[in-house]
Design a protein around this ligand. Structure first.
Ligand code: PZK
Length: 274
């Protein structure tokens, strides 16, 4: 199959008119891909995306054709998808203060132009989720976009729909996760357009590679939060004195096993039938 794109941890192939999105077991920490895979990670993330696409199909249609009709060597960690005209905007929703949202709040008291109350801490819940779109830079870092920037790029009607759907997907996902003891602090969504101009949810959705997941029982505003997936790898890599520059360190087997268990726990918690 023809390789169309490859990212740090995933790849996209063309199969006739369709695309096959394949998730690997690679893990990136502090933006560096480590040399040791986490067995099962690609499967957990793919199955979690497929589950969320199903949960959210009444909010917005999605690009998935099949989670099973894929080449056998990628079974379980690949999805057959419709090829869309991708919208060149990273659609981010933030419900808690972390990452770039925290930086913006500390500098200006606002996020994406939305004024926030004083006194919020790292990890605090926002009064309402905020839409914070960014550019999709081919290289280097994504830049914040204003609503006017988004409208200039995709037109006002699509821009308004992107914001509405992004916030609705976040609200629905965060409420469901909360009922299972998991906080979704923020998430990044990607959308595409069909030939008729209608919007579809694409890429992966509400996975730990596209979102921050925290355990509600350990949530404590005022400090960095423990991420539910890679925290062991982060803590261990910092503890051995790695300077965060490539190449990353080989991960020992006990850390691999603990990280695998975290991914499995996240999947079972979220998808457990009520
Ligand atoms: C598409 N990406 C990002 C994902 C990578 C890169 N349904 C679609 N139609 C057309 N293009 C894309 C999609 C989707 N999803 C997604 N780039 C293009 C991406 C995974 C691996 F290397």
């Amino acid at each position: 199959m023809e390789l169309v794109h490859s990212g740090k941890v995933r790849a996209l192939y063309a199969d006739g008119d369709d695309l096959i999105l394949v998730a690997s077991d690679r893990v990136s920490v502090y933006d560096v891909v480590l040399p040791t895979p986490i067995p099962g990670k690609g499967t957990v993330l793919t199955q979690l995306s497929l589950w969320w696409f199903g949960q959210l199909s009444d909010v917005i249609p999605n690009h998935v054709i099949s989670g099973t009709d894929v080449p056998p060597q990628w079974a379980g960690r690949a999805m057959r998808c419709r090829r869309l005209q991708m919208v060149p905007v990273e659609c981010i929703a933030r419900g808690y203060l972390a990452g770039l949202g925290l930086e913006s709040y500390n500098e200006t008291g606002t996020i994406s132009g939305v004024p926030l109350p004083p006194g919020l801490l790292e990890g605090s819940r926002l009064p309402d989720p905020v839409f914070t779109p960014t550019t999709k830079a081919a290289a280097g870092h994504d830049e914040p976009m204003t609503r006017a920037d988004v409208a200039a790029l995709v037109g006002a009607p699509v821009a308004a729909e992107l914001e509405r759907v992004t916030l609705e997907v976040y609200r629905r996902g965060a409420a469901l996760a909360a009922s299972r003891g998991v906080i979704i602090a923020d998430t990044k969504l990607e959308f595409g357009l069909l030939d008729d101009g209608s919007l579809m949810l694409a890429d992966e959705v509400l996975t730990p590679d596209s979102s921050r997941f925290w355990l509600a029982s350990q949530w404590q505003p005022g400090r960095p939060q423990r991420s539910l997936d890679k925290q062991f790898v982060r803590d261990w890599s910092t503890g051995i004195g790695w300077d965060r520059r490539p190449p990353g360190p080989v991960i020992p087997s006990d850390i691999v096993a603990a990280t695998q268990a975290r991914y499995d726990e996240l999947y079972s918690r979220l998808t457990a039938s009520a």
